[in-house]
Design a protein around this ligand. Structure first.
Ligand SMILES: Nc1ncnc2c1ncn2[C@@H]1O[C@H](COP(=O)(O)OP(=O)(O)OP(=O)(O)O)[C@@H](O)[C@H]1O
Length: 312
């Protein structure tokens, strides 16, 4: 029996494609929406794309799908530029949504699956599978406009998934979903990623992004301002310490080396450290004032980092 090794000689699966945005620029008239945007999303990676309103997220995603052309730069899936054939392998959820309101849910999903190359029989199986998974199997006979907005969004996600895409590009897929639907959507994205699909989605729900994404890109003014795992990004932010030293006199920390700022609140002090500061020296200084009941390193949340990055 022959068996391929994990690192081995097996042919790459059809999902093993990197999504690469390479030096993409785009202007609408005089508005420069994207300015030399570059990043890539690996197979199996969930990439969160965050930025203020108008930062360029939708423009990037539309160019990634090939529905909008770039002025400069290129998008590739694997080593292939995005053309019509490659587009059919992408599952896309547009921000403006794109369903036919008067068409029945089941028929519409089957039609979209066939547009992406599935046979009628395979399309029916996929529609059954994804409507069940997304909790809308009871609505397949209804027209889209008879559904609530959240359920329309579930249909929209089903539309992005019915053809078993090799890449998922989702523009604000979580907006307007109830907490149960958020959980279902999150599970689906994790499953697709575990199956080797590169997943990119934009969102303003930063706690969700922090929880779900392997890596995050923060964009502002059409440029990538920060990119990395959440831990990497948080490590770049200012380190802060919460110190509970009840006998410490006011101003005890101001002369401690490595302390850039100190803010006293009752018996606790919030210290902002200079880069590379020795927290153990700070602990020793705190202990010289008496007992220390709490000494906690605090890193900024993604929301705090976001504010820092987009206002810089
Ligand atoms: N069709 C268009 N015509 C003119 N300007 C546009 C067009 N589409 C987008 N823009 C401009 O390009 C910039 C980027 O917009 P884009 O929609 O990509 O941002 P976004 O990050 O998706 O924002 P949001 O979070 O609000 O959805 C903005 O300044 C926007 O006004």
């Amino acid at each position: 029996m022959t068996r391929s090794t994990p690192s081995g000689n097996a042919p790459p699966s059809r999902h093993a494609a990197v999504l690469t945005i390479d030096g993409v620029s785009k202007s609408y008239g005089t508005v420069r929406a994207l300015d030399d945007m570059s990043f890539s999303v690996q197979p199996g990676e969930i990439f969160g794309f965050v930025g203020s309103n108008g930062a360029g997220k939708t423009t990037t995603m539309r160019i990634a799908l090939g529905v909008l052309s770039a002025d400069a730069g290129e998008v590739r899936i694997g080593d292939r530029p995005v053309d019509l054939d490659v587009r059919r392998t992408v599952g896309y959820m547009p921000e403006e949504r794109g369903l036919y309101p008067k068409m029945k849910v089941g028929a519409q999903l089957a039609y979209l699956a066939q547009l992406h190359g599935l046979s009628r029989a395979d399309a029916d199986v996929a529609v059954q599978r994804w409507t069940e998974r997304l909790g809308i199997d009871g609505r397949v006979g209804d027209t889209v406009d008879a559904l609530s907005l959240g359920n329309q969004q579930r249909v929209q996600l089903a539309a992005a998934l019915v053809h078993d895409p090799a890449v998922l590009v989702l523009d604000e897929p979580f907006s307007g979903l109830d907490p149960v639907a958020v959980d279902v959507m999150s599970d689906v994205l994790r499953e697709k990623a575990a199956d080797g699909v590169p997943v990119i989605f934009s969102s303003h729900q930063l706690e969700l992004v922090e929880r779900l994404c392997h890596r995050v890109g923060i964009i502002a003014g059409g440029r990538m301002r920060a990119i990395g795992t959440v831990d990497e990004l948080r490590a770049r932010g200012e380190a802060q310490l919460v110190v509970h030293a009840p006998q410490a006199p006011a101003g005890w920390a101001s002369a401690v080396p490595g302390v850039a700022a100190a803010e006293q609140s009752g018996e606790r002090t919030l210290l902002t450290l200079t880069p590379g500061a020795d927290d153990q020296a700070v602990l020793a200084a705190a202990l010289r004032t008496g007992p220390v009941h709490e000494f906690t390193l605090r890193r900024p949340s993604l929301t705090e980092l976001f504010r820092e990055v987009v206002t810089a």
